[in-house]
Design a binder for this molecule. Structure first.
Ligand code: KIV
Ligand code: NA
Length: 263
């Protein structure tokens, strides 16, 4: 398989082919997911919860992300590697740049940051300096204390309009990709139609350009409360390979997410 690049993502999007993304934290799973045809491996700061056992993503450091990114990179042949900048790592464009350089040097091809308009200057600063950016909007877990919990976002007209404006600003600033988390399906569809860059949904409905899940959720090994958007793809499968292949097929053929996974 050929290496997945930003051009591949744009081509898949133009062809209306769904893009598959999964979180990944180590070389063994990276190799397996790569073999199963997952296009994007995300070193999410969710590693703080699923690997380290914290109750939020806030304690995760740039060194944690860089360590796991290097592990994933060693196991990957074709997939694109996207790494989260963790909480506190992108308060200013300069800070974001220094931390993004660290995770790019660890093996990332793109970084992801959570937020909207306030990040426009940062997205421009990074993309001007050869660092592709994925913007994460909607439910942004690093903002849990400001949001007052892990809640569905964009339910009012005002917040939906704000989300759309934020997404347009991220695109205008140079973002290559947008992750939309926990928003009504109708809004996920509207944002996807509004933008020219692909959207990757997690609890954002079936009309996003692609989907992402946390690998532990997909494999049914996370002991916490199961979010509505989660599907355990191990159900009915006898191997992890088969579960990941089933996820890729379900995203590609549009059968995941189903109504029961949406808001
Ligand atoms: O950290 C993470 O796993 C994420 C995904 C849920 C998008 O940001
Ligand atoms: Na994250």
């Amino acid at each position: 398989n050929k290496a997945v690049t930003v051009n591949t993502l744009q081509a898949l999007h133009a062809a209306r082919e769904k893009i598959t993304m999964l979180t990944c934290y180590d070389a063994s799973f990276a190799s397996l997911m790569d073999r199963c045809g997952v296009e994007i491996l995300l070193i999410g700061d969710s590693l703080g919860m699923v690997c380290a056992g914290y109750t939020s993503t806030l304690p995760v450091t740039v060194n944690d992300i860089a360590y796991h990114t290097a592990s994933v990179a060693r196991g990957t042949k074709s997939a694109m590697i996207v790494a989260d900048l963790p909480f506190g790592a992108y308060g200013t464009p300069e800070t974001a740049y220094a931390n993004a350089v660290q995770v790019m040097q660890a093996g990332a091809h793109m970084i992801k940051i959570e937020g909207g308009a306030w990040l426009a200057d940062t997205v421009k600063f990074l993309t001007d300096r050869a660092i592709p950016v994925c913007a994460h909007l909607g439910l942004t877990p690093q903002s849990v204390h400001q949001l007052g919990g892990y809640k569905v976002q964009g339910k009012t007209t005002e917040s939906a309009d704000l989300l759309k404006t934020d997404c347009l600003k991220m695109q205008a600033a140079g973002a290559s990709l947008v992750v939309l988390e926990a928003i009504p399906s109708a809004l996920g569809k509207e944002v996807t139609e509004l933008l020219s860059i692909p959207t990757i949904g997690i609890g954002a409905g079936p009309d996003c350009s692609g989907q992402v899940l946390v690998m532990h959720d997909l494999l049914g090994v996370f002991p916490g409360r199961k979010a509505r958007f989660v599907k355990n793809f191990m159900d009915g499968q006898t191997s992890i390979d088969a579960a990941i292949t089933a996820y890729v097929s379900a995203v590609k053929d549009g059968s995941f997410p189903a109504l029961e996974h949406c808001f």
